[in-house]
Design a protein around this ligand. Structure first.
Ligand code: CA
Length: 350
Protein backbone atom coordinates (compact mmCIF):
# COMPACT_ATOMS: atom_id res chain seq x y z
CA UNK A 1 0.00 0.00 0.00
CA UNK A 2 1.37 3.44 -0.91
CA UNK A 3 1.51 5.45 2.28
CA UNK A 4 -0.61 8.60 2.48
CA UNK A 5 0.96 11.62 4.19
CA UNK A 6 -0.74 13.89 6.64
CA UNK A 7 -2.57 16.82 5.08
CA UNK A 8 -1.48 20.36 5.95
CA UNK A 9 -5.03 21.56 5.28
CA UNK A 10 -7.14 19.36 7.53
CA UNK A 11 -7.13 16.56 10.02
CA UNK A 12 -8.52 13.32 8.68
CA UNK A 13 -10.93 12.16 11.37
CA UNK A 14 -12.46 8.76 10.66
CA UNK A 15 -15.75 8.45 12.52
CA UNK A 16 -16.93 4.84 12.32
CA UNK A 17 -13.93 2.77 13.28
CA UNK A 18 -14.61 -0.59 14.87
CA UNK A 19 -12.98 -2.31 17.81
CA UNK A 20 -13.80 -5.19 20.16
CA UNK A 21 -12.41 -6.32 23.52
CA UNK A 22 -10.88 -9.82 23.46
CA UNK A 23 -13.19 -10.89 26.29
CA UNK A 24 -16.27 -9.90 24.27
CA UNK A 25 -15.12 -11.98 21.29
CA UNK A 26 -14.55 -14.92 23.63
CA UNK A 27 -18.13 -14.65 24.84
CA UNK A 28 -19.39 -14.39 21.24
CA UNK A 29 -17.47 -17.59 20.40
CA UNK A 30 -19.29 -19.27 23.28
CA UNK A 31 -22.65 -18.13 21.84
CA UNK A 32 -21.69 -19.59 18.46
CA UNK A 33 -21.38 -22.99 20.12
CA UNK A 34 -24.37 -22.66 22.44
CA UNK A 35 -27.12 -24.76 20.89
CA UNK A 36 -29.79 -22.74 22.72
CA UNK A 37 -28.74 -19.44 21.12
CA UNK A 38 -30.85 -18.80 18.02
CA UNK A 39 -30.01 -15.68 16.04
CA UNK A 40 -29.39 -16.65 12.41
CA UNK A 41 -27.89 -13.24 11.52
CA UNK A 42 -25.35 -13.32 14.36
CA UNK A 43 -24.49 -16.98 13.75
CA UNK A 44 -23.95 -16.44 10.01
CA UNK A 45 -21.91 -13.24 10.34
CA UNK A 46 -19.76 -14.00 13.37
CA UNK A 47 -19.55 -17.66 12.44
CA UNK A 48 -17.77 -16.36 9.34
CA UNK A 49 -15.49 -13.88 11.13
CA UNK A 50 -14.63 -15.96 14.21
CA UNK A 51 -14.73 -19.53 12.94
CA UNK A 52 -13.68 -19.43 9.28
CA UNK A 53 -9.96 -19.50 8.70
CA UNK A 54 -9.75 -17.62 5.41
CA UNK A 55 -6.85 -15.25 6.11
CA UNK A 56 -8.97 -12.14 5.80
CA UNK A 57 -10.98 -13.08 8.90
CA UNK A 58 -7.88 -13.72 11.07
CA UNK A 59 -6.34 -10.37 10.19
CA UNK A 60 -9.64 -8.65 10.78
CA UNK A 61 -10.10 -10.10 14.26
CA UNK A 62 -6.51 -9.18 15.22
CA UNK A 63 -7.07 -5.63 14.02
CA UNK A 64 -10.39 -5.34 15.88
CA UNK A 65 -8.86 -5.97 19.32
CA UNK A 66 -5.74 -3.85 18.79
CA UNK A 67 -6.02 -0.42 20.40
CA UNK A 68 -2.29 0.19 20.25
CA UNK A 69 0.70 0.20 17.93
CA UNK A 70 -0.76 -1.93 15.12
CA UNK A 71 -3.84 0.26 14.76
CA UNK A 72 -1.78 3.45 14.94
CA UNK A 73 0.55 2.10 12.21
CA UNK A 74 -2.46 1.40 9.97
CA UNK A 75 -3.75 4.92 10.61
CA UNK A 76 -0.34 6.36 9.75
CA UNK A 77 -0.19 4.32 6.54
CA UNK A 78 -3.52 5.73 5.37
CA UNK A 79 -3.06 9.30 6.65
CA UNK A 80 -5.74 9.05 9.34
CA UNK A 81 -5.12 11.52 12.16
CA UNK A 82 -7.86 10.36 14.52
CA UNK A 83 -10.22 7.42 14.81
CA UNK A 84 -13.56 7.65 16.55
CA UNK A 85 -13.80 4.14 18.01
CA UNK A 86 -17.10 2.23 18.14
CA UNK A 87 -17.71 -1.13 19.79
CA UNK A 88 -18.34 -3.40 16.82
CA UNK A 89 -21.79 -4.89 16.16
CA UNK A 90 -23.69 -6.46 17.81
CA UNK A 91 -21.69 -5.23 20.82
CA UNK A 92 -23.27 -6.04 24.17
CA UNK A 93 -26.75 -6.13 22.63
CA UNK A 94 -26.39 -9.83 21.83
CA UNK A 95 -26.56 -10.86 25.50
CA UNK A 96 -29.88 -12.07 26.88
CA UNK A 97 -28.88 -11.33 30.45
CA UNK A 98 -28.91 -7.55 31.08
CA UNK A 99 -26.40 -7.99 33.93
CA UNK A 100 -23.87 -9.53 31.52
CA UNK A 101 -24.60 -6.78 28.98
CA UNK A 102 -24.01 -4.11 31.63
CA UNK A 103 -20.75 -5.70 32.81
CA UNK A 104 -19.48 -5.90 29.24
CA UNK A 105 -20.60 -2.34 28.39
CA UNK A 106 -18.77 -0.99 31.43
CA UNK A 107 -15.64 -3.05 30.75
CA UNK A 108 -15.63 -1.99 27.06
CA UNK A 109 -16.08 1.67 27.90
CA UNK A 110 -13.32 1.52 30.52
CA UNK A 111 -10.93 -0.19 28.09
CA UNK A 112 -11.57 2.20 25.21
CA UNK A 113 -11.33 5.22 27.55
CA UNK A 114 -7.89 3.95 28.63
CA UNK A 115 -6.79 3.82 24.98
CA UNK A 116 -8.08 7.38 24.43
CA UNK A 117 -6.09 8.57 27.46
CA UNK A 118 -2.99 6.78 26.19
CA UNK A 119 -3.29 8.21 22.66
CA UNK A 120 -5.17 11.49 23.15
CA UNK A 121 -4.11 12.83 19.74
CA UNK A 122 -5.19 9.68 17.88
CA UNK A 123 -8.30 8.16 19.49
CA UNK A 124 -11.73 9.30 20.59
CA UNK A 125 -14.57 6.89 21.30
CA UNK A 126 -18.30 6.40 21.65
CA UNK A 127 -19.90 4.70 24.64
CA UNK A 128 -21.47 1.26 24.33
CA UNK A 129 -24.80 0.91 26.11
CA UNK A 130 -27.37 -1.82 26.67
CA UNK A 131 -30.84 -1.05 25.30
CA UNK A 132 -31.96 -4.29 27.04
CA UNK A 133 -32.27 -2.12 30.16
CA UNK A 134 -32.99 1.49 29.18
CA UNK A 135 -32.50 2.82 32.74
CA UNK A 136 -29.08 1.15 33.09
CA UNK A 137 -28.26 2.29 29.53
CA UNK A 138 -28.98 5.93 30.40
CA UNK A 139 -26.88 5.63 33.57
CA UNK A 140 -23.93 4.08 31.70
CA UNK A 141 -24.22 6.76 29.01
CA UNK A 142 -23.89 9.43 31.70
CA UNK A 143 -20.91 7.68 33.35
CA UNK A 144 -19.10 7.12 30.04
CA UNK A 145 -19.54 10.71 28.90
CA UNK A 146 -19.19 12.64 32.15
CA UNK A 147 -16.65 10.45 33.97
CA UNK A 148 -14.72 8.70 31.20
CA UNK A 149 -14.88 11.60 28.73
CA UNK A 150 -16.27 9.61 25.79
CA UNK A 151 -17.81 11.54 22.89
CA UNK A 152 -21.27 10.10 22.25
CA UNK A 153 -23.00 6.75 22.06
CA UNK A 154 -23.08 3.79 19.71
CA UNK A 155 -26.12 1.55 19.42
CA UNK A 156 -25.72 -1.44 17.16
CA UNK A 157 -29.26 -1.10 15.84
CA UNK A 158 -31.92 -3.60 16.94
CA UNK A 159 -31.69 -5.49 20.22
CA UNK A 160 -33.05 -9.03 19.88
CA UNK A 161 -35.28 -7.83 17.08
CA UNK A 162 -36.60 -4.80 18.95
CA UNK A 163 -36.21 -1.34 17.43
CA UNK A 164 -35.88 1.89 19.36
CA UNK A 165 -39.12 3.33 17.96
CA UNK A 166 -40.83 1.44 20.80
CA UNK A 167 -41.39 4.11 23.49
CA UNK A 168 -40.10 1.78 26.18
CA UNK A 169 -36.60 2.69 24.91
CA UNK A 170 -37.12 6.45 24.86
CA UNK A 171 -35.43 7.03 28.18
CA UNK A 172 -32.25 6.49 26.14
CA UNK A 173 -33.18 9.37 23.82
CA UNK A 174 -34.16 11.58 26.74
CA UNK A 175 -30.73 11.01 28.33
CA UNK A 176 -28.86 11.53 25.04
CA UNK A 177 -30.70 14.77 24.34
CA UNK A 178 -30.05 16.02 27.89
CA UNK A 179 -26.33 15.18 27.55
CA UNK A 180 -26.23 16.58 24.00
CA UNK A 181 -24.66 13.25 23.00
CA UNK A 182 -24.99 12.05 19.41
CA UNK A 183 -26.15 8.44 18.98
CA UNK A 184 -24.49 6.48 16.19
CA UNK A 185 -26.90 3.81 14.92
CA UNK A 186 -24.55 1.20 13.49
CA UNK A 187 -25.94 -1.78 11.58
CA UNK A 188 -25.98 -5.38 12.62
CA UNK A 189 -27.34 -8.42 10.86
CA UNK A 190 -31.13 -8.19 10.51
CA UNK A 191 -33.15 -9.88 13.28
CA UNK A 192 -34.51 -13.44 12.98
CA UNK A 193 -37.85 -12.39 11.50
CA UNK A 194 -36.12 -10.42 8.71
CA UNK A 195 -32.83 -12.16 8.03
CA UNK A 196 -33.79 -15.47 6.42
CA UNK A 197 -33.99 -14.33 2.80
CA UNK A 198 -30.74 -12.38 3.18
CA UNK A 199 -28.75 -15.13 4.95
CA UNK A 200 -29.53 -17.87 2.46
CA UNK A 201 -27.91 -15.71 -0.22
CA UNK A 202 -24.94 -14.68 1.96
CA UNK A 203 -25.96 -11.00 1.97
CA UNK A 204 -27.09 -10.54 5.60
CA UNK A 205 -24.12 -8.29 6.40
CA UNK A 206 -22.32 -5.46 4.63
CA UNK A 207 -23.34 -6.63 1.16
CA UNK A 208 -26.97 -5.65 1.75
CA UNK A 209 -28.58 -6.59 5.09
CA UNK A 210 -26.88 -3.81 7.07
CA UNK A 211 -28.10 -1.03 4.81
CA UNK A 212 -31.70 -2.20 4.75
CA UNK A 213 -31.73 -2.75 8.51
CA UNK A 214 -30.50 0.70 9.55
CA UNK A 215 -32.49 2.51 6.86
CA UNK A 216 -35.62 0.88 8.30
CA UNK A 217 -34.56 1.71 11.87
CA UNK A 218 -33.98 5.38 11.02
CA UNK A 219 -37.29 5.78 9.20
CA UNK A 220 -39.03 3.93 12.06
CA UNK A 221 -37.71 6.49 14.57
CA UNK A 222 -38.93 9.38 12.42
CA UNK A 223 -42.39 7.84 11.92
CA UNK A 224 -42.74 7.13 15.64
CA UNK A 225 -42.34 10.86 16.32
CA UNK A 226 -39.02 10.51 18.17
CA UNK A 227 -37.76 13.81 16.74
CA UNK A 228 -41.00 15.67 17.41
CA UNK A 229 -40.63 14.57 21.04
CA UNK A 230 -36.82 15.10 21.20
CA UNK A 231 -36.16 17.86 18.66
CA UNK A 232 -32.50 18.32 19.67
CA UNK A 233 -31.63 14.62 19.44
CA UNK A 234 -28.72 13.89 17.08
CA UNK A 235 -28.40 10.58 15.27
CA UNK A 236 -25.51 9.53 13.09
CA UNK A 237 -25.75 6.76 10.51
CA UNK A 238 -23.05 5.39 8.23
CA UNK A 239 -22.52 4.05 4.72
CA UNK A 240 -23.67 7.19 2.93
CA UNK A 241 -26.83 7.37 5.03
CA UNK A 242 -27.71 3.73 4.22
CA UNK A 243 -29.33 4.76 0.94
CA UNK A 244 -31.76 7.25 2.51
CA UNK A 245 -30.44 10.38 0.73
CA UNK A 246 -31.35 8.75 -2.58
CA UNK A 247 -34.91 8.19 -1.36
CA UNK A 248 -35.61 11.69 0.04
CA UNK A 249 -38.05 12.77 -2.65
CA UNK A 250 -39.91 9.47 -2.62
CA UNK A 251 -40.14 9.36 1.17
CA UNK A 252 -41.70 12.83 1.29
CA UNK A 253 -44.05 12.13 -1.62
CA UNK A 254 -45.27 8.84 -0.17
CA UNK A 255 -45.60 10.40 3.29
CA UNK A 256 -48.29 12.67 1.80
CA UNK A 257 -49.92 10.00 -0.33
CA UNK A 258 -49.78 6.88 1.81
CA UNK A 259 -48.70 7.58 5.38
CA UNK A 260 -50.93 10.63 5.95
CA UNK A 261 -53.90 8.48 4.94
CA UNK A 262 -52.83 5.75 7.32
CA UNK A 263 -52.84 8.05 10.32
CA UNK A 264 -49.13 8.91 10.61
CA UNK A 265 -48.97 12.41 12.02
CA UNK A 266 -45.65 14.23 11.89
CA UNK A 267 -44.91 17.93 12.25
CA UNK A 268 -42.57 17.93 9.23
CA UNK A 269 -41.71 16.09 6.02
CA UNK A 270 -39.49 13.02 6.58
CA UNK A 271 -36.64 14.72 4.71
CA UNK A 272 -36.64 17.57 7.22
CA UNK A 273 -35.88 15.23 10.13
CA UNK A 274 -33.18 13.55 8.08
CA UNK A 275 -31.57 16.93 7.40
CA UNK A 276 -32.03 18.37 10.89
CA UNK A 277 -31.46 15.43 13.23
CA UNK A 278 -29.53 12.81 11.27
CA UNK A 279 -25.88 13.10 10.28
CA UNK A 280 -24.33 10.70 7.82
CA UNK A 281 -20.86 9.29 7.33
CA UNK A 282 -19.06 7.97 4.28
CA UNK A 283 -18.03 4.66 5.92
CA UNK A 284 -17.53 1.95 3.34
CA UNK A 285 -18.61 4.36 0.58
CA UNK A 286 -15.36 5.78 -0.75
CA UNK A 287 -17.05 6.62 -4.00
CA UNK A 288 -17.10 10.14 -5.44
CA UNK A 289 -20.64 10.23 -6.94
CA UNK A 290 -22.22 8.95 -3.71
CA UNK A 291 -20.33 11.36 -1.42
CA UNK A 292 -21.10 14.36 -3.66
CA UNK A 293 -24.77 13.36 -3.86
CA UNK A 294 -25.01 13.06 -0.06
CA UNK A 295 -23.44 16.50 0.36
CA UNK A 296 -25.74 17.96 -2.28
CA UNK A 297 -29.02 16.71 -0.84
CA UNK A 298 -28.26 16.54 2.90
CA UNK A 299 -26.01 19.62 3.13
CA UNK A 300 -22.22 19.89 3.53
CA UNK A 301 -22.55 20.36 7.29
CA UNK A 302 -24.23 16.97 7.68
CA UNK A 303 -21.76 14.58 6.04
CA UNK A 304 -18.70 13.21 7.87
CA UNK A 305 -15.78 11.13 6.71
CA UNK A 306 -15.39 7.55 7.98
CA UNK A 307 -13.27 4.63 6.82
CA UNK A 308 -14.99 1.68 8.58
CA UNK A 309 -11.67 0.23 9.74
CA UNK A 310 -10.79 -2.59 9.92
CA UNK A 311 -13.61 -3.94 7.75
CA UNK A 312 -12.53 -1.42 5.12
CA UNK A 313 -8.84 -0.57 5.15
CA UNK A 314 -8.16 1.01 1.85
CA UNK A 315 -5.79 3.89 1.11
CA UNK A 316 -7.43 4.37 -2.29
CA UNK A 317 -10.65 5.52 -0.60
CA UNK A 318 -8.72 8.23 1.26
CA UNK A 319 -7.28 9.37 -2.08
CA UNK A 320 -10.80 9.52 -3.54
CA UNK A 321 -11.88 11.72 -0.62
CA UNK A 322 -8.77 13.93 -0.90
CA UNK A 323 -9.46 14.44 -4.60
CA UNK A 324 -13.18 15.28 -4.38
CA UNK A 325 -14.00 18.25 -6.62
CA UNK A 326 -15.23 20.41 -3.72
CA UNK A 327 -13.90 23.57 -2.05
CA UNK A 328 -11.19 23.37 0.61
CA UNK A 329 -13.71 24.63 3.14
CA UNK A 330 -16.17 21.85 2.35
CA UNK A 331 -13.41 19.23 2.40
CA UNK A 332 -12.34 20.36 5.84
CA UNK A 333 -15.97 20.09 7.00
CA UNK A 334 -16.17 16.55 5.65
CA UNK A 335 -12.88 15.37 7.15
CA UNK A 336 -12.60 17.38 10.33
CA UNK A 337 -14.89 20.12 11.56
CA UNK A 338 -18.28 18.37 11.24
CA UNK A 339 -16.90 15.51 13.37
CA UNK A 340 -15.45 17.96 15.89
CA UNK A 341 -18.81 19.72 16.18
CA UNK A 342 -21.11 16.69 16.29
CA UNK A 343 -18.95 14.57 18.61
CA UNK A 344 -17.48 17.53 20.54
CA UNK A 345 -13.92 16.59 19.74
CA UNK A 346 -11.32 19.11 20.65
CA UNK A 347 -10.20 21.11 17.64
CA UNK A 348 -6.47 20.75 17.18
CA UNK A 349 -5.80 22.14 13.70
CA UNK A 350 -7.29 25.55 12.87
CA1 CA B 1 -18.79 -0.35 10.51
Amino acid sequence: MNKISKSPEYLRIATEEAWAPADLLKRWRKLLHDKSFHDPGFLALWGFFLEQDVGYTNTMVEKLVDLGAGRIADMDATGIDRQLLLLTAPGVQVFRDPAEALDMARASNDEVADACRKYPERFSALAAILPQDPVAAAREMDRAINQLGLNGVVINSHTHGEYLDDPRFWEIFEAAEALDAAIYIHPQAPPPNMVTEFAKRGVEGAVMGFQVEVALHTVALILAGVFDRFPRLKLVIGHGGEGLPFWLYRLDYQQKVILANRGTKLAHPISEYLKRNVFMTTSGMGWEPAILFCQQVMGVDNILYAMDYPYEFNAEEVRVTDNLPISDTDKKKLYQTNAERIFKLQATKQ
